[in-house]
Design a protein around this ligand. Sequence first.
Ligand code: ATP
Ligand code: MG
Length: 138
Amino acid sequence: MERTLSIIKPDGVARGLIGEVVRRFENAGLKIVAMKMVHMSKKEAEGFYAVHRGRGFYDSLTDSMSSGPCVVMILEGPGAIAQTREMMGATNPKDAAPGTIRADYAFSIEQNIVHGSDAPETAAFEIGYFFNALEICG
Ligand code: ATP
Ligand code: MG
């Protein structure tokens, strides 16, 4: 079993896509073991995306991630990290495969609806960033 952190970003929440994204993950057999709504401060968004500090898009990325509430959840299943990434599609929706969440809904590389951890180490960091042990219903 593997766990990954997924976020429905502020643009996805604002556009009414919470149910659609959650439905896709549940239909694919992923189990939601934790979920909550969070409105990150700029500092909290900067901490979450600290790996991208120094990149040209860091400031606007952390502005948009702190612009409104997100839904953060932990998804569990065999190969959950790769499965979630595949369902999300490429970072830039123009490159995302047909039928992926980003291909179907995202308008731009920055407002791309969802986040998913990209490796076991980042999943562990990101899960711990948002959830404590009592909040995870394994
Ligand atoms: P995420 O980490 O959000 O799941 P990802 O792993 O597909 O997305 P990363 O390279 O980790 O992509 O980039 C993190 C986020 O930063 C992207 O989802 C996107 O919103 C934004 N981003 C990445 N590259 C660019 C870029 N060239 N211009 C603008 N925004 C970007
Ligand atoms: Mg990433």
